[in-house]
Write a protein that binds this ligand. Sequence first.
Ligand code: FE2
Length: 278
Amino acid sequence: MTPSRIMARAIHISDVHAGRQDDRIVEEMLLDIARLEPDVVLAGGDFTQRSRRAEWSRAAGWMDSLDSPVFATPGNHDIPLFDFPRRIVSPFGRYSEWIGNDLEPELLLSGLRCLAVKTAAPERRADGAISRDSLALLGKRASRQTECDLTILLTHHPVAAHPDANPGKSARGSSEALDHAVTAEVDLLLSGHTHRRRSGPFVLDHGGRSMVVAHAGTACSTRQRGNEPQAWQTIDSQGERMVITPHIWDKAEFRFRTGPVTAWERSDSGWRESSAGA
Ligand SMILES: [Fe+2]
C-alpha cells in the first residue's frame, strides 16, 4: 500500500517538569523534535516542578530552542504550591511571563485547528477543574465553523480517563467540555498529567461522535509513574486518516525509540482504528 501523504505533523509533549528533568533525555528529545520538523509542538503543561524562576528560565529555553511554533496550556505544577500569596494573587503570573499570556489559545495552521482548555486550577491541589469561563470560551469557539483537516483539543488533565485506569479520573467539568468538543467536531483529545500513556490511544464515544484520545507520559522528567518510561508522541494528519507514533525512552540504548504506531480513519460518525499502521 502506498503510504498516505502527511498533510500536517504535530508533536505532543507534556509534563517536562523543569527542575526534575533528566538533561540527557531533554537533549535527545529536542534533537528528535528538530529532526521530525513538526508544523507545531503542542505543550500540555507542567513546564516546571514548582514554578520557580530558574525552572521557568530552563523550560522557556527549551521551547525557544524549537524551530516550530509552540502551542501551550499550563499544568497544575505551573502554579506555585507553597507560595500561598502568589498562588492566590497571581497563580499563572510566571507562566504568562515565560510562556505566553494566552493560557488557552486557539490556532489554525497547516490544516490543524488546535484548541486548548485550561484544567489547572489554583483552588485545587493536583486535580483538574475547568472553570465556567473556560467552558464558555470553548463553547463559543465550538459554535464557530472552521474549515480544517483535523481538530485537536489540548488539555493538561485528561478530560477522558484512560480505560486501563481504575479508577480513572478526569478534570471537573470534563463532561461539558466534551459536549463542546462534539460541537467543535474535535478529532483528537490530547492530555498529560498522569505521566502514563498506558496501552496507548483509544476511541471515546460521546454525544454521538467518536473521538481519538491519546494520553502522554512525562516527556523528559524523572517523575515516572507505573514504571513507564518517558514518552511523547507525533501526530501525522493524512486527511481522513491519522497516525499516532509514540516515542518512548530506551534507557539501554540511550535514545527515544518509536513505540507501537496506531492508525485511525474518519467516517461520518467519527473515528475508528484502522488495521494498518504507518
Ligand atoms: Fe506532571
